[in-house]
Design a protein around this ligand. Structure first.
Ligand code: SF4
Length: 355
């Protein structure tokens, strides 16, 4: 009869749990820190890799614990240097993460959920529906793998991490914060939280919670339309989280944390790219201490009715914002040829994939 494994996941043990286990296994106390270092600093994929632990102890670990790690199933490299990774989870589901080189920056864009329940009309992931929340170690693994790819390709570590991949991070709050803890901890990957941005479609009560939890990372609001009437047409979450409520929540977040807040705004042709739309955006911008508005070039996805704003219209939109002293940046589309651009992550495999 096939036995189902009930071994606990080694990465769900805290350092003090490991210390207790190590004592019970009659190993010297320092083994717990060695083990913890392999798990969270050196990003080991197996117990065998933990070369400074005695073989018998590694065998005991393998006997007592499971150690699931994301599997990099496919790497696709875009003509512009963007790398998209398809990660296979231990239950067979898949998520995507993207490495985006741009100027001095090496940014990892990671997923927090497999699929997404929010159904934004311009987003490929939204059309998948929610499959499940990711565990913190699955989010951590994406960052660790993308960091390794950055080291291999550019000879240096990631400079920035954005939670803008698949899923709504604030609907997987606990696991996302646990992952960020491991990513930023000196005992983990030791990234500065100031270099991490969590992007949300806008869930007011969770923004208040971030503020109350005194998080140290930055927040981006995926706004994409500056009036409730328009926003509700493309983002169903807006029906229960109206723009004035979101603005209040963001004001509270800023008051308590002083962390940077940005607005993400995908330009959608003939939907949110007119002068009136720009005016509505300026009005909203003035209400809050936002540092920046990121305008994003759209890459059409098959089920979405939207297309990309023409470049001369985008230029006029930006010029208007600049005349109104809005701190605005245009984020050029990256990795569109491999569906790695914003809103395109949907586990679509391309034939020209590398590796
Ligand atoms: Fe979900 Fe973000 Fe896509 Fe909206 S844009 S459906 S929140 S992944």
């Amino acid at each position: 009869m096939k036995q189902t494994s009930v071994r606990p996941n080694i990465r769900h043990l805290s350092l003090s749990d490991l210390q207790e286990y190590v004592a019970g296994a009659a190993q010297p106390a320092y083994r717990a820190r060695q083990l913890y270092g392999w798990l969270w600093q050196k990003h080991a994929r197996s117990f065998e890799q933990m070369s400074d632990l005695p073989k018998t102890f590694r065998e005991k670990l393998a006997n007592d614990f499971s150690f699931p790690v994301l599997n990099v199933e496919l790497l696709q490299q875009s003509r512009d240097g963007t790398v998209k990774c398809l990660f296979r989870l231990s239950d067979g589901k898949a998520v995507e993460g993207v490495l985006i080189p741009s100027g001095d920056r090496l940014t990892a864009c990671v997923s927090s959920q497999a699929g997404c329940s929010l159904g934004c009309k311009f987003c490929a992931t939204g059309y998948l529906g929610l499959q499940r929340n990711l565990m913190f170690e699955e989010i951590f693994d994406q960052v660790a793998f993308l960091n390794e790819i950055a080291m291999q390709q550019a000879g240096r570590r990631l400079t920035n991490i954005v939670f803008m991949g698949m899923g709504e991070p604030l609907l997987n709050y606990k696991q996302v914060l646990l992952a960020i803890d491991k990513i930023t901890s000196p005992d983990g990957l030791a990234f500065s939280p100031r270099r991490i941005t969590l992007s949300t479609a806008g869930i007011s009560k969770m923004i208040y919670r971030l503020a109350d939890d005194q998080v140290k990372f930055n927040l981006a609001l995926s706004l994409h339309a500056a009036t409730d009437e328009k926003r509700s047409q493309i983002m169903p979450i807006n029906q229960s989280n109206r723009i004035p409520d979101l603005l209040e929540a963001l004001e509270y977040f800023y008051k308590l944390t002083r962390n940077e807040i940005s607005i993400e705004y995908i330009l959608l042709k003939d939907f949110n790219d007119s002068l009136d739309d720009a005016k509505a955006l300026v009005k909203l911008y003035r209400k809050l201490p936002f540092k920046v508005v990121n305008l994003i070039e759209y890459n059409p996805v098959s089920l979405s009715p939207f297309s990309r704003t023409e470049s001369h219209v985008a230029d006029q939109f930006i010029a208007y914002l600049q005349r109104q002293h809005v701190n605005v940046r245009l984020r050029r589309s990256r990795g569109a040829d491999i569906d790695a651009a914003c809103g395109q992550l949907a586990n679509v495999v391309h034939t020209e994939a590398a590796q």
